[in-house]
Structure formats: C-alpha cells, structure tokens
Design a protein around this ligand. Structure first.
Ligand SMILES: *[C@@H]1O[C@H](CO)[C@@H](O)[C@H](O)[C@H]1NC(C)=O
Ligand SMILES: *[C@@H]1O[C@H](CO)[C@@H](O)[C@H](O)[C@H]1NC(C)=O
Ligand SMILES: *[C@@H]1O[C@H](CO)[C@@H](O)[C@H](O)[C@H]1NC(C)=O
Length: 383
C-alpha cells in the first residue's frame, strides 16, 4: 500500500537531486498510508470509554473493543521541503510537516479528522521571553528539540525556567546547515547528529561533523537514518540491506565514543514498514552495535493510550533497548493536553530515554512571531 509508483518516482527524483552539486529546494506532498481503527460507538475497555472520535493503529488488535471498531486505511499527507546542498557546503536540511490527514475507509468510518497540528497553538497569546540577558543552563531531562532554525533553541533551558529540555537535533550532522548563520545554537543543549541517509553529500562530512559536534556541542549520541521505511520526500527510503550496510560502514565505527541510535522508523503498519522494518533491521544487522532505538509517532490527540501501547510494542521490536521518540505529534485534535499527558507518562517510563516533540518552530513550541515560547512550548520546557 505504500509503494505507489508516484512515490517511487518521487524518491528517484530526490535521489537524483542529492547528486546535483547545486542547492535545490523541493517542496512536495507525500502520502504515508497507515492502517488504523475507528471506533464508531461507545465501548469500555480498561476503564476507558471509547467514542466515535477514536482512531488508532493499535486499536485494531484490542479484541475487547474490536467489534465496535471499523478498520480504516488513513493517508497522512506530509508537506515536505527538502534543501539539498553541495558537499562543500555540508547541508542536508529537511523539514517535514504534517499538513493534513484524510481517511479512506475500507468499511464505514463515521469520523474523519483533518487539521493542521500547529493550528492549536497559533491563537495563544502568552509567552516566555527569550530575553538576551537570560543565561542558558544545562538541565537534565528526557526532552529535546527537533529544529531547523538554530536560534529557536534559545528560549529553552534558560536560567530560572527549571527546564526539562536537555538536547536538540536538526536531522543533520551539525548544529548549523549550509546557509545558516553559524551562531545562535543554545549552548546548554547537547547536540545529537543524525546521518539522514547514506547519500554521499551526507556521508562525506559525517565523521568530521560528529567530531566537531563532540568537541563543541556536547555530543554524546548519534542517530542513523530518517524514516528509511518510507520513500516520500523527507524520508530516507533505504531497504533493510542498504540500511544494514550503511550502518556498518558509518555508525559502527563510532561505537564506544558515542551512543548509537538505530534508524528512526515511522509508525506506519505493514510488511517492511514501521516496527516490522525495525525488527528486521535489528535481526539482519549482524554484529551491529545499537545502543538505543529512535521511533516516530503521529496520531490524533485523543490517542494517548494508543501512543503508550505503541511505545511498549516498539520497546519489544527494538530488542528492549531504550527508546528515543525523536518525532511525535498530533495530526488532529488539540495538541496541548496530548503533549501534557504523554510527556508526563514518558518521563516516568523506563522504556523511554529521550523524546522530541515535532517540532521546535514558530506557531508550535515557539509563538507565531518567534519572540519566545508559546503556551505549548512552556508545557514542553518545564511543564
Ligand atoms: C509576539 O507575540 C506575543 C504573543 O504571542 C506578544 O505578546 C508579543 O508582544 C509579540 N512580540 C512582538 C515583538 O511582536
Ligand atoms: C536495496 O537497495 C539497493 C540500493 O538501492 C539495491 O541495489 C538493492 O538491489 C536493493 N535490495 C533489495 C533486496 O531490494
Ligand atoms: C535478512 O537477512 C536474511 C538472511 O541473510 C535474508 O534472507 C533476508 O532477505 C534479509 N531481509 C531483508 C529485508 O533484507
């Protein structure tokens, strides 16, 4: 269901773009197909009452509520902006934004949710100032920032905030990508390099960027490929054998000097997708040193219990390694109560070592004029 010819063509175009030695900006929409369940009537399970608004992948396997649920296939439309630059300018800058979510029913779902994840925080008006005089301080905590603009890391972990944000990443191997002013990254945050894919433009600078990040930006961990189980823009599109070979070539040599994260998979469901891809990767990556397992999750804001169930499934699929939830967010519903619930839950979960809300950007964790934290950002920073 995932390998539509159009997506493969798109993937090919993106791969070709990676070899062109001139900055290229690609904006496109990709479709991620997710099988899920939509409950069309009330039922109770584990003390919860499920209503028609509930949708979720793991719901399908909960036998007690299954009779009241309809299996659906949802397509997440992701608006992707990809900037690919030359090896000398050392940049692969990827922005992935969930634009909308639509459902195509295989039975008869009565509800279809569709909204922008950032819309819930845009109307908020209070904020915490990123005063130039505020001093960044190193905080502990599982929370991290997924960012594109380094200056938007500044409002977090400032003196007096009692912040739980301690790390950041930008899908690239260095805090700044090409064309960005090389200043503004919050020095309190431990930077986590990612090898987005095995494209030469990225591997050619990988070792030196990791070394420079270790020397200057508190790096203690690195993450492998971004959504190799997907072939849309913003997704690395690597089959398991390619990912294994690239992991052995580029990640394994760093074992012992930094913690190594497996490829970060989507929460898509199906053969070769999501946790199925993850377990195959781990099984086939013989001799590989894997310290932790990054995963992504997107769903409706009502799906807090599905989120928690998914974490348990991912922990098992990852061979009981610590999980880093390096992207999570809501595709519909109100983000703030969802974030509050799951961040508290993850802080108390021994399965989850780190996590990063999608994402640190204006109109999301940052207020719409980029002057400081949004109310959602306050919840994430110190809530
Ligand atoms: C930015 O927006 C916030 C509300 O989100 C407002 O309080 C603040 O005054 C604005 N700052 C500027 C410089 O416009
Ligand atoms: C995996 O991908 C590589 C590189 O694109 C390709 O050469 C290889 O044939 C693929 N292997 C399988 C089993 O599809
Ligand atoms: C995993 O490894 C086995 C044994 O080498 C191989 O047969 C299988 O094709 C591999 N799976 C993938 C998805 O590459």
């Amino acid at each position: 269901m995932f390998s539509l010819p159009g997506l493969l063509l798109l993937a090919c175009l993106l791969n070709l773009a990676a070899a062109i030695p001139a900055p290229t900006v690609i904006t496109t929409t990709t479709h991620t197909t997710v099988t899920s369940c939509s409950c069309t009537s009330k039922s109770t399970s584990k003390g919860h009452t499920y209503t028609s608004t509930l949708q979720g992948t793991s719901l399908c396997s909960k036998s007690k509520i299954q009779p009241t649920c309809k299996t659906t296939t949802s397509t997440l439309n992701k608006l992707i902006t990809t900037t690919v630059s030359t090896p000398t300018s050392t940049s692969k800058h990827t922005t992935t934004t969930i634009k909308s979510s639509t459902s195509t029913s295989t039975s008869k779902p009565t509800t279809t949710t569709s909204s922008k994840p950032t819309s819930t925080s845009k109307t908020s008006s209070s904020f915490t100032s990123a005063s130039p005089s505020a001093t960044p301080i190193k905080d502990s905590g599982k929370r991290g920032l997924a960012y594109n603009d380094p200056t938007l890391t500044e409002p977090f972990s400032l003196s007096g905030q009692n912040s739980k944000v301690s790390w950041a990443y930008n899908w690239y191997s260095y805090p700044y990508t090409s064309g960005q002013t090389q200043s503004g990254y919050n020095p309190a945050l431990s930077f986590v390099p990612m090898l987005w894919s095995a494209a030469e433009v990225l591997t050619s600078v990988w070792s030196s960027n990791v070394a420079a990040s270790k020397a200057n930006y508190g790096t203690t961990a690195v993450i492998a490929f971004n959504e190799p189980d997907g072939c849309g823009g913003g997704q690395a599109c690597m089959n398991v054998s390619s990912a294994v070979a690239a992991y052995q070539q580029w990640m394994d040599p760093l074992a012992g000097s930094v913690s190594l994260g497996a490829p970060a998979v989507t929460n898509g469901v199906g053969t070769g997708i999501g946790l199925d891809y993850l377990s195959t990767f781990i099984k086939n990556c013989t001799g590989c040193h894997i310290d932790f397992v990054p995963i992504h999750w997107y769903g409706d804001a009502s799906q807090t219990s599905d989120f928690e169930t998914y974490i348990g499934q991912a922990y098992t699929a990852g061979g009981n390694r610590p999980l880093w939830v390096t992207e999570f967010g809501t595709t519909s519903g109100t983000a703030q109560p969802f974030l509050q619930t799951v961040e508290d839950w993850m802080d108390g979960s021994s399965m989850v070592a780190k996590y990063a809300w999608f994402m640190d950007e204006a109109g999301n964790l940052i207020n719409s004029n980029s002057s400081g934290l949004s109310p959602l950002g306050v919840v994430y920073n110190s809530g």
